[in-house]
Design a protein around this ligand. Structure first.
Ligand code: BTN
Length: 323
């Protein structure tokens, strides 16, 4: 039996009772530092503790798993998630979905993981999410479109996530161009769209969504604490991840159908209504250099139009916008 299991056995044998660090250390024959490290490992794995000075620790909640059967029952979609893979751990759901897409998986194939050991963000960044607390998922899409329409799909995905978050949790998140969801300036979700193309046409694309759902403040590394938050922190209670996942794909499917019938204009209007970027002065670096100006609206391609002080209207196609 591993040390981790032994510590768990000890804490779960009488869950109402506190067990002191000293007693754990004596019964497991490990140092107090080792006890503290094991507690932290369990925290990372999704366990929550009450820690009281002079009394010790007790478990207040165990990690929940996203149950594939329950999710299938909850999903009301026609295509998204009809082909579903729920993993305990993977490097990145983007990679899992890409492999499935290459092997011919149909549109709507959905991969969800409790843990990503190499979660990817935009612009080569990492995506951090402790096991069992966030939502990390990627879907295979096969839009019959040229490559340059893909930014529109990123914005559409953001709208779907934002609408579902507001509906299910009541947390009034807003969109920061192009694809971050913010609550009072702090990030709760990011979206990564990756495409495989042939002759400028999309063979498939993978839409990846990362959401900070049930993270606690102490789950974040120091450098992220001032800029990140979770739905649980904002709402003050745990989020039902299955309900949220189901709502996201329901919203997504409706918006995707609307997009295929009527094009980007209605999606752009919805995005603009949820935006926390428009009307603000932003700084962004584009190929020709830094640009500062007022974010005005989306252009028909999905680029952000920034009006500079000298009246130029500059379309921003990619990059990080600083508010
Ligand atoms: C960003 O904000 O930079 C985008 C973050 C996207 C993270 C999600 S989590 C699921 C999917 N798998 C990954 O490795 N990344 C995306």
């Amino acid at each position: 039996m591993s040390k981790k299991e032994t510590l768990l056995d000890l804490l779960l044998s009488d869950p109402q009772e506190f067990v002191s660090g000293e007693e754990i250390s004596r019964r497991l024959s490990v140092s107090r530092t080792a006890v503290w490290k094991q507690i932290n490992k369990l925290r990372e794995a999704g366990y929550e503790f009450e820690a009281v000075p002079h009394k010790g620790y007790r478990i207040v909640s165990k990690p929940e798993r996203i149950d594939a059967l329950l999710l299938v029952k909850t999903l009301k979609t026609k295509t998204i998630g009809q082909n579903l893979k729920v993993l305990d751990s993977t490097v990145s759901t983007q990679e899992e979905a890409r492999e499935l897409a290459e092997a011919g998986a149909p549109e709507g194939t959905l991969v969800i993981a409790e843990e990503q050991t190499g979660g990817k963000g935009r612009m080569g960044r990492k995506w951090f999410s402790p096991k069992g607390k966030g939502i990390s998922m990627s879907v295979v899409l096969r839009p019959k479109q040229p490559m340059h329409y893909m930014p529109q799909l990123t914005l559409l995905t953001g709208v779907a996530v934002c609408r579902a978050v507001r509906r299910v949790t009541g947390v009034m998140a807003g969109m920061k161009w192009p694809n971050d969801l913010l609550v009072d300036g702090r990030k709760i979700s990011g979206i990564l769209l990756e495409s495989a193309t042939e002759d400028e046409y999309v063979r498939y694309c993978i839409a990846g969504i990362g959401i900070s759902a049930n993270q606690d403040h102490e789950d974040y590394p120091e450098e992220l604490k001032p800029i990140a938050t979770s739905l649980k922190i904002e709402k003050g209670e745990k989020i039902d991840r299955i309900q949220l996942i189901a709502a996201i794909w329901e919203e997504f499917e409706a918006l995707y159908a609307l997009y295929q019938q009527e094009g980007f204009a209605p999606i752009a209007s919805l995005w603009e209504a949820l935006s926390v970027t428009l009307g603000k002065t932003v700084n962004v670096t584009i190929a020709s250099g830094p640009v500062t100006g007022k974010a005005e609206k989306l252009d028909p391609s999905g680029a952000l139009l920034v009006v500079t002080e000298d009246g130029r209207r500059v379309p921003v196609f990619s990059g990080d916008v600083e508010l």
